[in-house]
Design a binder for this molecule. Sequence first.
Ligand SMILES: NC(=O)c1ccc[n+]([C@@H]2O[C@H](COP(=O)([O-])OP(=O)(O)OC[C@H]3O[C@@H](n4cnc5c(N)ncnc54)[C@H](OP(=O)(O)O)[C@@H]3O)[C@@H](O)[C@H]2O)c1
Length: 341
Amino acid sequence: MTKTMIGILGSTSYTGQELVRILARHPAASFAFLASRSNPAKRYCGIFPEMLGVCDEVLLSPDDAAGRDADCVFSCLPHALSAHHLAPFIARGIRVVDLSADFRIKDASAYARWYKAEHPDPARLAEAAYGLPERYRREIGAARICANPGCYATCVLLPLLPLLAHRGTTVESIIADSKSGVSGAGRTLKLSSHFVEANENISPYSVGRTHRHVVEMEQEMSLAAGAEVRMTFSPHVAPLNRGILSTIYFRCNRTAAECLDILREAYADEPFVRLRPPEDLPTVKGVAFTNYCDISVTGGGAGQPLIAVSAVDNLLKGASGQAVQNMNIMLGLKETEGLAG
Ligand SMILES: NC(=O)c1ccc[n+]([C@@H]2O[C@H](COP(=O)([O-])OP(=O)(O)OC[C@H]3O[C@@H](n4cnc5c(N)ncnc54)[C@H](OP(=O)(O)O)[C@@H]3O)[C@@H](O)[C@H]2O)c1
């Protein structure tokens, strides 16, 4: 069997490590190159000892990687840098999955406002598919550029999009409260990620409409509803290595049971979305180390809002697991390959 050749930019990042772990065991994949700015010429297993015997690739610098051939290249670089480093691969017709935000926002001026940087490759925004397979499977399959969604965005959008898109259902006054593990902030050192700051603590940040994932979530919710949708979003860092739990309040003309039925129908054939009954709400532990998004809906009655609860592993369905799911779709492989369990 001819293997699909994979390149990874930013392979020593948290999301890069998850990609290497999944793809080293993927039956149809082999590495064309792994790149790292800080560790060129080192062996991958020399940096991550658990990879001894699993991945002993020698790392390339991003510049040396730029001329390499591959069937699919993933980027785990920070936004703005990512589109810049992907450009030579896209120009050669190589399919790319970008884990950064660079191709998620269709409007380059909105990107500039929210990300405080000019978009590095605005001419290619229109051709990028938003990498949420549950909504854009066909577009992802045909795309050369896949914009892998944000981790919070995946967790918040999956419970809401089928309700917003459902004819006769109105969803209003959306307030999403999400708690993320510390790995969501990446491996780069920051004071807020130090053990003493993060342990035994839960910190809100960028609350209201200031977190960068708001622009992406509002874009996708508006497209699903066919009308402009606005939201309030309150993210928090919780003392966990990985995982996101979202509690989403909204006003709706349906009961919680009816919303669950709409979601059950929408996700009946989806391999990575699980609906849970209200007496068994999703938890971070219930999805950790898996590519699942678990969802339930409860609340309502007596004028109260409905409450959707959803959970993902931020490094898997929120990043690298979903990225491999997208690669499988783009290359015509079995969508769940490499992602079971
Ligand atoms: N963490 C998550 O849960 C998560 C979820 C979804 C999406 N994302 C997105 O995925 C991307 C990667 O996130 P992460 O958390 O895995 O990142 P991370 O752990 O902070 O690592 C960032 C990577 O970028 C590389 N890098 C930084 N500056 C660079 C430069 N000037 N030139 C070349 N390489 C450079 C680093 O390379 P070296 O270390 O080799 O220098 C490192 O591999 C980001 O865009 C992030 O927003 C993250």
